[in-house]
Design a protein around this ligand. Structure first.
Ligand code: SF4
Ligand code: SF4
Length: 901
């Protein structure tokens, strides 16, 4: 036995032994730490489905598919970690017998091909990932200190160390294979080298100068290096429980298996209910609570075991950070930094969390200092250096409160995360504690909570005004309890929502949808003043008690009315009723209006008609219809990412003849938030640049004349953005933010207007029939004159379109003539006058209204929290009324389309 072989045997016995011991110790510690977390009994149901999800996500790398090259490279490195373990075992035996092969499979060609494929694949994969990391390094990225890099704030030495290990191991395996090939060739000259060493055998010539003994010495050396590199890595990660870039190789399997939805859906849509002692909170539980009852997450030990597992699994890849609207507008919130800091804090505090009461007294002072450290507080961080808003060791708090309140709950982080970390639930749990226990929340939310609690809507409007939106419609809108006894008499309950009832622009959507449903012959009824806010904003702001109160009230009302099928126009109402009301006993079939309208268009119950080329009129208070030649569509987060409704609004726009849909660079799953979710609609946006301006600029850059939305919150935010841009660019004046329903209504109305003169002719012809005229169709229309409703698109002549346009010109007041319109408004039941004095004043109403606005009365300037029904005004987020401190340029396709990102 040579000195080298002896040394190799000793080292490769000692180091791996230490490695295994430390690794098992760390796994045991993980288990103990996770067991200190709060219970979460929802994570183990449907084990077969969970296993299938795990297999699919791992083998298919489905959660990384959006970065295809990165996904392929990672697929090879991830699988090589498992498959090449066989070579590690082989290497140990090669220290004794250099020609050793694993029994049975060792010289089985398919096994050898597999090993070679994943050796080369793993090598190329890690090279690719190293290149990507360097290309994306903060030193060459945009933003302050390169914060646009998704790796900004990641732990670099850990990433480099992991990359080095994989690179070194794959090189060692490749070298061993070439040595084995050379060795075999010498010992067994007739061996088919190409068959057994298809990818490495051709390099065996480099050992041509070595004797057999020399080759064997080389095998000892390379096998030893391979083993030592592997176990040095094992020792390193065993001593570094926060090394997520390495630990995710093990923990990701568990994190995916225990994910919220066994079928693989991301943890979006419904928020998890707040739990008290592991049981879902309900209003009944309030009476049993005492002052010691903890709600939400205040400290690390309040996290559930799954949340502890979540944060420990983070790979620091930064995909979440790169998509986060808060981070991209220079706010301190980064979901990656949040998760990393919670992880670092929990593991620093782990000895205290795992120790018994008696043992805690004997812990080191630096550990005991963490015992009562709050997770959220004022850290006095430096805005220029967002990393200072996070400190796992405090001393004031682990993360700054600005980090927490910057979140729009858009879900981009959850949607992006390759290891299924559930950021939004954790963020809301932290908010719950701040609101319900600490009473520490942005001041604006106080008014919101008060309005929702006392008035049942965020605007603080009187319930009796809930049906004002329907005044003067040319058909009656039925109300449950008045016009219909219950909902069995109609097809749908139309859930109007607070915005749809009170917010001027959203009212146009309500009217458009009602008119379209009526046109299509779909019967519906509304709850009117029986409807209350769904509680979406309250829940996402952390006020679970208020949400439960509103939700139970609504569910009782809905169940009493016999609701089964509900159509809504607000993405937030849609998500809450569909996904969250089942948690409080209300399960219904809920459709977003774009889904229902799309269905009606497909069934040809609504027939859009071609738009005259020059027609690009904005909507007005009286005419909620609007259309234009080029349209871009903004995906509302709570419709798209949270509920996967991407196609219906697009199909609907696609069904509008003469309208081109022009997508923004960030659309679909990678859409960018408007800034209103997570109750941010009601908060000032003081930090960084404005999210709505960022999105508006992206929308305007498409050159579209209409920014179509499917949510009243998005509409307010983007309308504000367009209004702000108008000051800089006159051409923006022609742009309007509209709901998809409004465009459809414009197109369907054109059909009616085309039809009207034709029907008059038909009536004349019918009269002629009565006097004996021939050639009249059975339905009273002269044959060959009345267009088939389904064929209008092709039968509409330019002359008819011109006639239709003319008619519309007559019917629709000139919106530029503000005085005339205002005069008309005064006497018109559609006039906002009755509510204008009580006008809600969310962001939008504080800016120049594109529509004529009645002169303000004293009521307009009354205290927004005044309980006077006629004077109530909603919180007016200053962020939406202040100029953008530094508008962020709209992203280019380069910002979003790089598969290497
Ligand atoms: S939910 Fe949206 S805003 Fe909140 S952390 Fe995730 S990406 Fe950022
Ligand atoms: S996407 Fe997931 S794994 Fe990647 S940094 Fe964010 S939380 Fe961590």
């Amino acid at each position: 036995m040579s000195a080298l072989q002896t040394t190799a045997l000793v080292l490769c016995f000692v180091i791996p032994s230490i490695g295994w011991i430390l690794l098992f110790r760390q796994v045991f510690r993980f288990t103990r730490l996770f067991r200190t977390g709060r219970p979460d009994p929802t994570r183990t149901g449907e084990p077969a489905k969970r296993t299938m999800t795990l297999v699919r996500e791992f083998l298919g790398h489905t959660r990384m598919a959006r970065l295809p090259w990165v996904s392929i490279a990672h697929w090879f490195t991830a699988l090589s970690f498992l498959i090449l373990f066989a070579t590690l075992v082989n290497a140990f035996f090669q220290l004794i017998w250099p020609d050793f092969r694993l029994p049975i499979i060792g010289t089985f060609p398919p096994f050898e091909w597999l090993i070679e494929l994943f050796t080369v694949g793993g090598f190329l994969g890690i090279i690719l990932l190293i290149v990507v990391r360097q290309r994306q390094h903060p030193r060459s990225a945009a933003g302050e200190h390169g914060r646009r890099s998704r790796f900004f704030g990641s732990t670099w030495w850990q990433a480099y160390y992991v990359e080095f290990t994989i690179l070194a191991v794959t090189i060692c395996i490749a070298l061993l294979r070439t040595l084995e090939a050379a060795h075999v060739e010498r010992l067994h000259p007739g061996t088919n080298i190409a068959l057994h060493f298809p990818l490495t055998g051709w390099m065996r010539g480099m050992w041509g100068g070595l004797s057999i003994a020399g080759i064997e010495e080389a095998i000892y050396l390379v096998a030893m290096i391979k083993i030592l590199v592997s176990f040095a890595w094992m020792i390193t990660i065993a001593l570094q429980p926060t090394m997520g870039v390495a630990w995710h190789r093990f923990l990701a399997f568990f994190n995916i298996w225990f994910k919220r939805n066994a079928d693989g859906r991301t943890a979006l849509g419904a928020l998890q209910p707040m739990t008290i002692d592991g049981k879902p909170f309900s209003m009944d539980a309030v009476e049993e609570m005492d002052e010691d009852t903890s709600m939400g997450v205040a400290k690390a030990e309040d996290l559930t075991w799954k949340q502890l597992l979540d944060v420990t699994t983070c790979t620091e890849c930064g995909r979440c950070q790169s998509q986060c609207p808060a981070w991209n507008t220079d706010k301190p919130l980064s979901p990656k930094l949040l998760v990393m800091t919670l992880r670092d804090h929990a593991h620093a505090k782990a000895p205290w969390m795992m120790a018994s009461e008696e043992a805690r007294a004997g812990l080191p002072e630096h550990t005991k200092a963490l015992a009562h450290m709050p997770l959220v507080g004022q850290t006095g961080y430096d805005m220029e250096h967002p990393l200072t808003a996070y400190d796992a060791l405090g001393p004031e708090a682990v993360i700054d409160e600005d980090v927490l309140w910057s979140c729009t709950t858009c879900g981009a982080c959850v949607e992006q995360c390759p290891v299924d970390i559930e950021h939004v639930d954790t963020i809301v749990d932290l908010r719950r504690n701040q609101v319900l226990i600490e009473s520490a929340f942005p001041a604006e939310l106080g008014g919101l909570f008060k309005n929702m609690e006392s008035k049942g809507n965020p605007w603080g409007m009187a319930q009796r005004a809930r049906l004002d939106w329907a005044k003067d419609l040319p058909f009656p809108v039925k109300q449950v309890g008045k016009d219909v006894e219950d909902l069995s008499e109609v097809d749908y309950l139309f859930w109007v929502g607070c915005a749809g009832a009170f917010e001027d622009r959203a009212k146009k959507t309500s009217r458009a949808v009602a008119e379209l449903l009526d046109t299509a012959g779909v019967s519906f009824a509304v709850l009117g003043d029986g409807e209350t806010c769904t509680g979406d904003s309250a829940r996402r702001a952390g006020n679970e008690v208020l949400f439960q109160m509103l939700a139970q009230q609504n569910v009782e009302q809905l169940n009493e009315a016999g609701a089964t099928k509900i159509v809504v126009t607000c993405a937030h109402c849609f998500n809450t009723i569909k996904n969250e009301y089942p948690q409080v006993g209300g399960s219904y079939e809920v459709l977003h209006h774009t889904q229902l309208l799309n269905r009606l268009v497909r069934e040809k119950r609504l027939v859009p008609v071609s738009r005259p080329a020059e027609d690009a009129r904005k909507s007005t208070a009286k005419n909620p219809a609007s259309s234009a030649p080029v349209v871009t569509y903004h995906d509302p987060c709570y419709l798209g990412r949270h509920n996967n409704v991407y196609a219906p609004p697009r199909e609907l726009i696609g069904s509008l003849p003469g309208v081109e849909l022009r997508e923004m660079p960030r659309h679909g799953e990678t859409s960018f938030c408007c800034g209103a979710g997570g109750a941010r609609m009601w908060m000032e946006e003081k930090l960084g640049t404005r999210i709505n301006m960022n999105r508006t600029e992206e929308a305007l850059a498409t050159g579209a004349d209409r920014i179509a939305v499917g949510c009243p919150f998005c509409r307010v935010m983007l309308s504000d953005g367009v209004t702000a841009k108008e000051a800089d660019d006159a051409s923006v004046e022609q742009v309007e933010v509209v709901d998809v329903a409004q465009m459809l209504l414009a197109a369907v109305r054109r059909g009616d207007e085309v039809e009207a003169p034709v029907e008059e002719a038909a009536a004349a012809a019918a009269a002629a029939t009565a006097t004996g005229a021939a050639g009249v169709a059975a339905d009273g229309a002269p044959e060959g004159i009345k267009p088939d409703r389904d064929d209008r698109q092709t039968q509409t002549s330019p002359a008819q379109e011109a006639a239709a346009e003319e008619q519309e010109e007559v019917r629709v007041p000139d919106e530029n003539d503000q005085e005339a319109v205002h005069a008309a408004n005064v006497a018109d039941p559609w006039d906002d006058d009755d509510t204008a004095t009580a006008a809600p004043a969310p962001a939008a109403q504080t800016q120049p209204d594109p529509e004529p606005t009645p002169a303000p009365t004293t009521n307009d300037v009354a205290d927004p929290w005044d309980d006077d029904d006629t004077a109530t005004a909603a919180p007016a987020p200053a962020a939406q009324t202040q100029p953008d401190p530094e508008p962020t340029p709209a992203p280019t396709t380069n910002d979003v389309a790089d598969p290497w990102d």
